[in-house]
Design a protein around this ligand. Structure first.
Ligand SMILES: NC(=O)c1ccc[n+]([C@@H]2O[C@H](COP(=O)([O-])OP(=O)(O)OC[C@H]3O[C@@H](n4cnc5c(N)ncnc54)[C@H](O)[C@@H]3O)[C@@H](O)[C@H]2O)c1
Length: 464
């Protein structure tokens, strides 16, 4: 039996430890956090994170071998293996502001582990970090005068929010990087043994520390790059009457390209893609690789352009003004099946519409609490409405900003009846049946497709 500790009970720490606890009943797994409310929520019936399948696993393991606590020092002392899964956001101050990773939480944790350890430990980087952070961790831990040995291992997390449990339970691969020393190899093997309880050995990849750290940043950069690439093409489709879905399908059938991450939309969000690319950009600049930095920076720039373009298309189509118009946004989460709104395109679009003085109402099945917190500075300009039908009532326009499947099942005829005419739909996720919406009477604007409008033919405006 090993005592496994995870520091950081967030979107990664909570779900990953729940899955480890479920698959390794012989181990005791404790998750700690400085945030008392979060820990209380993990101990309650209303978990702080929405992930399909998570409730069931936590309910089951919490009575067996999974524990949540705020007693960090005590649990560090007891642990054999410590996963560190604290947040590593983009730095907002000083050197590298806006690009570099803010490692203050990470370093605090390293020092706290050092202070409270009385036995050797394996310390695992679960957070996403700049390459060679493990070296800094080692230097802090090795500064102890207690004669203790610490092995630092990199085990980046590739789960995607919304499918976290499935991704953890059945991952494409697990990556574990360590030092090429006898002690380092032993530490890597100990972590391999944990995952090998439920993951086939050939899917557990071991590398050196730096390859493992870098692979996480590169994986996110490549995924985001595909989204920006297809979004750049969506802009061209809108000018040329090509259909981006058809283009994506045609190119995705090429086995060298593959079909994933080719859906044009209002862009990527979430806490990781932008932060990790900027981190990569900063690293490249640090090493004097300015052309490489500029290349990756463009992936983020294209994402911002796509959102700005969506908003200006809305304003342009609605006769060049949305001031005073009620606009219902369906979706606040950065993607479906999560309540996470960090870096959500929906909230960026909301803010841009508020600048245009629109009256915005947001509806989302799970993410309204987070959206309310994120938009607290605009609290009296936005309405939060769980029911999409009520949100749409009296609206000039509806914009689909999160691909929740339930938004495809709404009664759009009833919604149309309740809206101001001419009624507009902007499908920022291309999930609706545009032809039938058009037949109902909507003016339909999608991403990377010609608009379907019900205006008479003698229009002079190029967008109508
Ligand atoms: N969210 C994702 O989908 C995802 C996927 C892969 C990797 N990651 C990476 O994993 C890391 C964690 O991400 P997250 O989304 O879980 O973040 P999160 O903000 O949801 O959770 C981080 C938690 O760490 C806690 N924390 C901070 N400092 C602490 C300390 N000193 N002691 C104890 N707890 C502390 C915070 O209170 C918070 O609850 C990040 O580096 C992120 O880049 C995230």
């Amino acid at each position: 039996m090993a005592n496994i500790l995870c520091i950081g009970a967030g979107h990664v720490g909570g779900p990953t430890m729940a899955v480890i606890a479920k698959n390794c009943p012989q181990h005791r797994v404790v998750v700690v956090d400085i945030n008392e409310d979060r820990i209380a929520a993990w101990q309650s019936d209303r978990l702080p994170i929405y992930e399909p399948g998570l409730d069931e696993i936590v309910r089951h393991t919490r009575t067996e071998n999974l524990f949540f606590s705020t007693e960090i020092d005590h649990h560090i002392a007891e642990a054999d293996i410590i996963f560190v899964s604290v947040n590593t956001p983009t730095k907002t101050f000083g050197r590298g502001a806006g690009k570099a990773a803010d490692l203050q939480y990470w370093e605090k944790t390293a020092r706290q582990i050092l202070e409270n350890s009385t036995s050797p430990k394996i310390v695992i980087e679960k957070s996403t970090l700049p390459v060679r952070t493990a070296e800094a961790m080692e230097r802090i831990l090795d500064s102890n005068n207690k004669g203790l040995n610490f092995d630092v291992v990199s085990n980046p997390e590739f789960l995607a929010e919304g499918t976290a449990i499935r991704d953890m339970q059945d991952p494409d691969r697990v990556l574990i990087g360590g030092r090429e020393t006898p002690s380092g190899r032993k530490a890597v093997q100990a972590i391999v043994d944990i995952y090998a309880q439920w993951i086939p050995r050939e899917r557990i990849v071991t590398t050196n520390l730096w390859s493992s750290e870098l692979s996480k940043l590169v994986a996110n950069a490549f995924l985001a790059q595909r989204i920006s690439s297809i979004n750049s093409i969506s802009a061209l489709c809108e000018r040329t009457e090509a259909d981006v879905s058809e283009v994506a399908h045609a190119i995705g059938m090429d086995s060298r390209i593959g079909p994933h991450f080719l859906r044009a939309s209002v862009g990527f969000g979430g806490s990781c893609f932008k932060k990790d690319i900027l981190n990569l950009v900063y690293l490249c600049e640090h090493y004097g690789l300015h052309e490489v930095a500029a290349y990756w920076n463009q992936v983020v720039a294209m994402n911002e352009y796509q959102q700005a373009r969506f908003v200006s298309n809305m304003v342009l189509s609605m006769f060049n003004t949305v001031a005073g118009k009620r606009i219902a946004l369906l979706g606040a989460a950065f993607k479906a099946n999560t309540n996470d709104t960090r870096e959500s395109p929906a909230l960026n679009i909301c803010r841009a519409l508020l600048e245009e003085r629109a009256e915005v109402v947001i509806s989302d099945p799970y993410a309204l609490d987070n959206a309310r917190t994120d938009l607290r500075d605009a609290a009296n300009q936005v309405t939060f409405e769980p029911d999409p039908y009520t949100a749409a009532e009296g609206a000039h326009a509806l914009a689909i900003l999160t691909e929740w499947p339930r938004f495809t099942e709404l009664d759009y005829k009833a919604i149309y009846e309740s809206m101001i005419k001419p009624a507009f739909i902007f499908d920022g996720r291309n999930i609706l049946d545009h032809r039938s919406l058009h037949a109902i009477g909507f003016n339909v604007y999608a991403i990377g497709r010609p608009p379907l409008t019900n205006f008479v033919a003698n229009e002079t405006h190029p967008n109508f």
